[in-house]
Design a binder for this molecule. Structure first.
Ligand SMILES: Cc1cc2nc3c(=O)[nH]c(=O)nc-3n(C[C@H](O)[C@H](O)[C@H](O)COP(=O)(O)O)c2cc1C
Length: 190
């Protein structure tokens, strides 16, 4: 089984991060989860989980490794710890800007920097609207450095009926980018 780093930041849409983690754990993959400080507040607000206990909202699994945003001694801070890629979902404009600027000043930004330098897959799912030119330039810089920008923007061509359909469709398309087999979307032409 493979190892993935999943980061949840303080952008709206923490349900997407939770869903992708649940899918990866269900398949049996290892997940190293990093949640930013604001990310844990937004999880609490949007998923109605008491603040400070965000982990209670995730299905328990021995394959889930929770990493502190401040812990640069974590394995995922080093390129010598091999992973199969990283997904930042949802990604705030703040974290996106820090990665583009190379600041590496928390474990999310450092792990993303490591993925780029090691030529590993980095999928960034920004959530903001509208974008200003700083956001757009940062996204272009990250794309040019090897990241894949996969914005959270729902599609309606498969006639979603529930919020779960919409969330699963995006999560499934993101997992496709990492070549992770999954059956959580209705594929066009099937
Ligand atoms: C309820 C809530 C929703 C937010 N939604 C967004 C958002 O969709 N996109 C965004 O870029 N920032 C959003 N923010 C602001 C970020 O949380 C803020 O810029 C923070 O500094 C991001 O830090 P982080 O990237 O370390 O999590 C939101 C904040 C709150 C409290």
């Amino acid at each position: 089984m493979s190892k993935y780093i999943i980061a949840i930041t303080g952008a709206s849409g923490s349900i997407y991060g939770k869903r992708i983690i649940d899918i990866l754990l269900d398949i049996g993959h290892d997940v190293h989860l990093i949640v930013s400080k604001t990310g844990s507040q937004v999880i609490s607000h949007e998923l109605n989980i008491p603040y400070g206990n965000f982990i209670d909202g995730f299905n328990y699994s021995q394959n889930l490794h929770v990493e502190s945003e401040d812990n640069f001694f974590s394995p995922v801070a080093s390129g010598s710890f091999k992973t199969d890629g990283m997904i930042i979902i949802p990604c705030s404009m703040g974290t996106l800007g820090k990665i583009a600027g190379g600041s590496s000043d928390n474990l999310i930004v450092r792990s993303a920097d490591v993925c780029l330098k090691e030529k590993r897959k980095l999928i960034i799912c920004p959530r903001e609207s509208p974008y200003n030119s700083i956001h757009l330039k940062n996204m272009l810089a990250l794309n040019d450095s090897g990241a894949c920008i996969a914005p959270i923007s729902p599609g309606f061509y498969n006639f979603p009926k529930t919020l779960t359909d919409i969330i699963d469709h995006h999560c499934s398309r993101v997992l496709d980018l990492l070549d992770i087999d999954n059956e959580h979307t209705i594929r066009w032409g099937r």
